[in-house]
Design a protein around this ligand. Structure first.
Ligand SMILES: Cc1cc2nc3c(=O)[nH]c(=O)nc-3n(C[C@H](O)[C@H](O)[C@H](O)COP(=O)(O)O)c2cc1C
Length: 232
């Protein structure tokens, strides 16, 4: 665990030093959003900003990608969710699902990422630089059958992991409500909520919740507040 934390810190430092050099014009880590109370949770401002009109009778799905997808962990059925046995995004997804109900599904890549953190960094960068669309395994659910879709992902190289591009290319969420959330180590949402608005122009995309991966387990109260603000 210590090793992973050290690698994350090293990663953030590299990104900070590299400034905007990573290529696609997004903000360097640590500058994208404010975190006024230092809790590690940022409610990013977005263009939409409205609240859901009512949640009763709506079919709700929480769907997410997390690096834990590559490990043999059945986090969803874990009695006590913990970031020790699942990724940060997965932890938040399981928590959200426990609060809002409905179904939960994880986006699992067909091709595993390397086990080492650095290996994943390299693979993810190659995917982003090549504008790739990595395939994911069939989900247990049909996301288009839901009215409200909470969509979670970690920040990868200042943007969504490319597998999330595949996800949004695959499904048409016209007329649906998308509620994004993400984890990061300094980039906030990096403008990804607006990117999702561009992917799904006929969906209503709410302002999301950006949580520092390292604070995921301490963010329950912030998630509660955010959900309450959304009417859940
Ligand atoms: C390939 C890769 C790229 C990353 N790029 C960024 C980044 O651009 N900005 C940032 O703040 N964090 C970045 N991180 C850190 C992750 O977003 C953060 O650790 C996240 O909480 C991981 O979520 P997970 O445990 O669900 O996989 C990156 C991590 C990886 C593995």
């Amino acid at each position: 665990m210590k090793k992973i934390t050290a690698l994350i810190i090293a990663f953030v430092m590299i990104i900070s030093l590299a400034g905007c050099g990573a290529g696609n014009g997004s903000e360097p880590a640590g500058e994208a959003t404010s975190d006024a109370d230092g809790s590690g949770v940022t409610q990013a401002g977005g263009s939409d900003g409205t609240q859901p009109a009512g949640t009763e009778g709506k079919k709700i799905l929480t769907v997410y990608f997390s690096s834990a997808n590559t490990a043999a962990v059945d986090a969803v059925s874990s009695a006590t969710p913990s970031v020790k046995n699942m990724g940060s995004t997965e932890y938040i997804a399981v928590y959200i699902n426990s609060k809002v109900g409905g179904d939960i599904a994880k986006i699992t890549p067909v091709k595993d990422y390397p086990e080492s953190y650095n290996g994943t960094l390299d693979a993810a960068k190659a995917e982003r630089d090549g504008d790739e669309r990595p395939e994911f395994r069939n989900l247990d659910v049909s996301p288009e059958d839901y009215d409200v879709i909470f969509v979670g992902y970690p920040m990868w190289w200042y943007t969504l992991p490319m597998i999330m591009y595949t996800f949004f290319d695959t499904y048409d969420f016209s007329g649906k409500t998308i509620i994004p959330f993400n984890t990061h180590e300094g980039s906030g949402d990096g403008g990804t909520y607006n990117e999702i608005r561009e992917f799904e122009p006929d969906a209503t995309v709410y302002d999301g919740l950006a949580v520092r991966g390292g604070s995921a387990e301490k963010s329950d109260e912030d998630i509660d507040k955010w959900l309450a603000g959304l009417g859940y």
